[in-house]
Ligand binder design. Structure first.
Ligand SMILES: [Zn+2]
Length: 386
């Protein structure tokens, strides 16, 4: 009959001193107890609700292991005492030496502070020398600028050269604008010279800008046409340019202001012409002004590309008809539109309408175009005189 093996509960214990031993890490130490366990497979629970650990051991082994564990804890305890004593001595020594160091530094401190003050003295001298050099540099720059201005004329203007990043989507979005230097519109831009968008300009520079104009754009692409440079409406550089460029500027202005701008869009037309209340409203069956086809007139070059034909349209049962029986409506346009910046003229009927009417003034429509800036200016001057 073989003897049944005996089982005992085991436990783990932390031995602090062992934490410093290489390879041991923070693991606790296994030791065996004298509590026998009848059924090693019954996991049971210990006091702190962990599963109990059980190990097989003969009585002799258990005695030997318990003695070994006792020896370990005893030695570890003694070592801990020695370490504690050593630490106490070290801490005491540290206190003593810290006091000594404090005394030593207190003795040296005046020397340290004196040297620090002397180095600050030099720092201050360097800073003053630096500022002096900066001032001299600035003075030299101003003098050089003054010399240049004396030779080449004052930089009395700022030209703005919009780049496509900042520009809006308008035909003249990339056209340069001339300002008097100091204009509130350009303020600050002149000094961001790295962007090269705002440039100080002398008379010769401005003249070049006026000569060159800028590209006409359409949907983000250059059309190939050139538009005249613009003059700022805020600082109005006309007077200074007239003084500096004389006749050249006068001629430029007449030419720039004679540029014929296209008519408004179809949607914007009624409001731009000031005829929104009298415009054809087919939906409400209301007679009114409307655009008239310029096809045959254009073919025979009786209208210009920037002109629009406007007539009086009557709403009827079978559709809308351009009326020839409302001459008073066409006459009214001659009275109304010039004050709104649009010029009106009679057009001749095209040959294609037959020999009877060809060449006579059209009864169905008149040609409307935007007045040029020059015409508007002259009209205003005329009104002012009368
Ligand atoms: Zn301006």
């Amino acid at each position: 009959m073989t003897e049944q093996p005996t089982y005992y509960k085991t436990k783990k214990d932390d031995v602090d001193t062992l934490n410093d031993v290489d390879g041991h890490g923070y693991e606790s130490v296994e030791f065996i107890t004298d509590q026998r366990v009848e059924d090693p497979l019954d996991q049971g629970y210990s006091d702190n609700w962990e599963g109990i650990a059980v190990a097989r051991a003969t009585e002799a082994e258990r005695t030997e292991w318990t003695a070994a564990y006792g020896k370990l804890t005893e030695r570890a305890g003694k070592i801990q005492d020695k370490l504690d004593a050593a630490r106490g001595a070290w801490e005491q020594a540290q206190g003593v030496y810290t006091d000594e160091l404090r005394d030593a530094y207190a003795d040296y401190r005046p020397v340290n502070d004196l040297i620090a003050a002397r180095t600050e003295e030099v720092d201050k001298l360097r800073e003053e020398a630096h500022q002096e050099a900066e001032k001299a540099r600035a003075r030299a720059a101003v003098e050089a600028q003054a010399k240049e201005d004396a030779e080449l004329g004052a930089r009395a203007w700022v030209t703005h050269h919009p780049n496509s990043m900042s520009a809006k989507t308008a035909p003249d979005m990339l056209v340069p604008v001339v300002h008097n230097a100091g204009c509130s519109v350009t303020k600050g831009g002149e000094d961001r010279s790295y962007q090269n968008e705002y440039r100080y300009a002398r008379a010769a520079d401005v003249r070049k800008v006026l000569e060159e104009g800028g590209p006409e754009m359409s949907r983000g692409r250059a059309t190939g046409a050139t538009l005249p440079a613009r003059l700022c409406g805020r600082c109005k550089p006309e007077a200074s340019l007239r003084e500096a460029l004389g006749e050249y500027f006068e001629n430029w202005l007449v030419k720039a202001e004679s540029v014929q701008k296209p008519m408004p869009t179809l949607q914007g037309m009624p409001k731009a012409l000031g005829l929104a209340d009298e415009w054809l409203d087919a939906y409400r069956k209301k007679d009114g002004y409307n655009l008239v086809s310029n096809k045959y007139y254009a073919q025979e070059k009786l209208v210009e590309p920037y002109e629009t034909l406007v007539g009086w349209v009557v709403v009827g049962e079978k559709g809308n008809t351009v009326s020839s029986k409302h001459p008073e409506k066409l006459d009214a346009l001659f009275a109304k539109l010039p004050a709104r910046g649009f010029a009106v003229r009679r057009v001749r009927e095209p040959q294609v309408y037959g020999p009877k009417v060809a060449g006579a003034d059209a009864k169905t429509a008149v040609a409307v175009r935007r007045m040029t800036a020059h015409e508007i200016r002259q009209a205003k001057a005329g009104n002012a005189r009368t």
